[in-house]
Design a protein around this ligand. Structure first.
Ligand code: HEC
Ligand code: HEC
Ligand code: HEC
Ligand code: HEC
Ligand code: HEC
Ligand code: HEC
Ligand code: HEC
Ligand code: HEC
Length: 317
């Protein structure tokens, strides 16, 4: 699979290190492989343990400094300490095995071997205090490496108009690591989200990358919009993918509005200064859910005429 992957141009040690490079643990692991090799006993399915997954991130970082820098600046670099020792969260929701599905997915033990006490009454501590600063959503939570991909190649310069047609259809590089199955599911193979607002079916973007997001930012069991951690856009932005606004690594959405606005503005105002949670945290108009009638409670006002910001995108009755 490596030979068909986007990383095929690099030798194994670029990521896996050498027998000595990975420290004593790695040495032990690799000598076991040697033993299995010569005794021809099968080691079963070889997978990386969490220690190896985390150590490997230094190698990802060496080549993908930009993605690493963005990841560290956003919420997805949250640590074990931040997730499992949060007093407010632990008092409100009983710690349980399923916490590890969305943070700590590579952890080899159980919730009992990780945190103590497993109770809504603290104080809480990690059984291994050294884990506290370790990332709970590492790169490999959303990326599989031994998977089909192609190294980039130069474009054909003779026919600029032909470059578009020579591009391969882009299959997204992202995949979701399923803790229970111990395997990856490609973004495009994840099920689309079915979401309802009351009985109405919400329009959800078909962007496969976005399907990664709502594996964790998920609605409750009844798939009601806005329940649990659901942020699927409704209202003015219904149908947009999370990645239409959020960067895949920093999660920042601040730079995105300009991609569509102000060319698209019904109100003739700069959307970043309007009364939504974009402009102020306490606004009742959540950017994910706000509808025209939330602000225009008495109906949509008539237009005052042509606008300086460009041609009107559309007219409404
Ligand atoms: C660009 C980094 C990279 C390179 C190069 C690389 N690997 Fe891996 N390898 C990984 C990662 C990351 C995993 C964890 C599973 C995954 O992402 O597919 C892994 C997993 C494995 C596993 C465990 C199997 C599993 O499904 O978890 C084996 C065995 C392995 N690699 C062997 C190799 C060999 C042999 C080579 C060279 C021919 C190689 N790797 C090259 C990054 C790499
Ligand atoms: C379905 C996936 C999922 C499960 C299961 C889950 N979380 Fe989370 N967790 C999230 C997401 C997504 C966020 C981001 C919160 C947001 O802004 O919606 C989060 C945020 C957090 C935070 C950050 C602070 C906060 O209150 O938002 C803590 C702490 C946390 N989770 C702990 C836990 C614990 C402990 C459990 C088990 C009782 C758990 N989570 C179960 C997905 C999950
Ligand atoms: C030795 C340098 C090197 C290392 C180490 C490395 N990469 Fe890459 N990676 C590349 C290059 C170069 C590309 C671009 C491939 C291309 O399009 O030519 C790439 C492409 C990717 C892609 C997008 C395309 C694809 O086919 O998968 C992802 C995702 C990725 N790397 C993640 C990772 C992660 C995660 C790690 C750590 C396990 C890692 N890489 C380690 C050099 C590296
Ligand atoms: C929460 C999920 C998530 C995590 C964690 C994550 N990524 Fe990504 N990554 C994505 C998504 C989504 C994309 C966009 C895929 C696409 O456009 O096809 C992506 C794309 C990439 C690409 C390809 C960029 C390109 O322009 O094609 C690289 C390289 C990459 N990630 C590296 C990393 C590294 C290194 C880490 C850890 C520091 C990391 N990612 C952590 C979700 C994630
Ligand atoms: C593996 C589970 C997981 C996946 C997949 C995931 N998230 Fe998160 N996300 C979390 C958790 C947990 C937090 C809260 C971390 C904290 O701050 O304590 C979070 C926080 C966030 C935040 C708020 C903090 C910030 O950085 O601004 C945004 C925005 C966000 N995620 C967007 C996304 C998007 C977009 C995707 C899809 C590309 C995605 N998430 C995929 C688990 C996940
Ligand atoms: C129209 C642009 C847009 C889209 C689409 C969008 N977001 Fe956001 N999101 C934002 C902005 C702006 C913020 C910061 C302001 C705020 O907190 O409301 C934000 C904040 C967040 C936060 C942190 C604040 C909170 O509410 O907990 C999370 C988590 C989040 N987004 C997840 C997602 C997910 C998951 C998706 C896709 C299902 C998504 N967003 C789609 C613009 C967007
Ligand atoms: C991918 C394109 C896209 C992006 C990115 C986007 N929007 Fe929008 N937005 C729209 C569309 C389309 C509408 C009009 C919906 C309609 O007419 O029903 C809209 C409407 C709005 C409205 C209602 C008022 C108006 O002028 O129509 C607000 C407020 C708004 N967006 C804020 C934002 C903010 C803040 C951001 C950046 C975080 C953002 N949008 C990013 C496409 C986008
Ligand atoms: C976050 C609040 C907010 C949302 C959401 C919002 N508007 Fe507005 N809208 C305003 C404000 C504020 C004005 C300026 C009011 C004024 O000038 O009296 C305005 C003005 C307008 C105007 C008059 C523009 C002109 O020519 O003077 C129209 C038409 C309009 N909005 C349509 C819409 C439509 C359609 C939507 C939904 C796609 C929408 N608005 C969503 C706040 C909002």
């Amino acid at each position: 699979m490596w030979a068909r992957s986007g990383h095929r141009d690099f030798p194994c040690k670029e990521c896996h290190g050498t027998a000595l490079g990975g420290g004593v643990h790695s040495l032990k692991e690799k000598s076991m492989m040697l033993v299995h090799h010569f005794t021809e006993s099968s080691p079963g399915r070889i997978t990386l343990d969490e220690r190896q997954v985390l150590e490997m991130m230094d190698n990802c970082r060496r080549c993908h400094g930009t993605e690493y820098a963005r990841w560290i600046s956003g919420g997805h670099s949250a640590t074990y300490g931040a997730i499992f020792l949060n007093g407010k969260h632990n008092a409100a929701e009983q710690l349980n095995a399923d916490c590890l599905r969305c943070h700590g997915m590579f952890y080899g033990g159980t919730i009992d071997s990780l945190v103590t006490p497993v109770s809504r009454k603290g104080p809480w501590s990690l059984r291994d205090a050294g884990r506290s600063g370790e990332p709970a959503i590492p790169c490999l939570a959303c990326h599989r490496i031994h998977t089909e991909g192609s190294p980039a190649s130069a474009a054909g310069y003779d026919d600029p108009g032909g470059i578009f047609y020579s591009r391969r259809p882009a299959e997204t590089a992202a995949a979701f690591y399923d803790r229970y199955e111990k395997m990856y599911i490609r973004a495009s193979a994840l099920p689309p989200l079915r979401l309802r607002e009351g009985t109405r079916e919400v329009k959800v973007s078909d962007d496969p990358r976005g399907r990664i997001c709502f594996q964790c930012h998920a609605p409750g069991a009844f798939h009601q919009a806005g329940s649990a951690d659901d942020r699927t856009p409704r209202g003015v932005h219904e149908g947009l993918s999370c990645l239409a606004c959020h960067d895949g690594h920093s999660n920042d959405a601040g730079e995105s509005c300009i991609n569509c606005h102000p060319a698209i503005s019904n109100c003739g105002l700069d959307v970043t200064t309007m009364h939504t949670t974009f402009a102020e945290k306490g606004s009742p108009h959540n950017i994910h859910f706000v509808r025209c009638i939330d602000c225009h409670t008495k109906g949509i006002p008539p237009r005052r005429g042509a606008r300086a910001s460009g041609p009107d995108a559309r007219e409404r009755d």
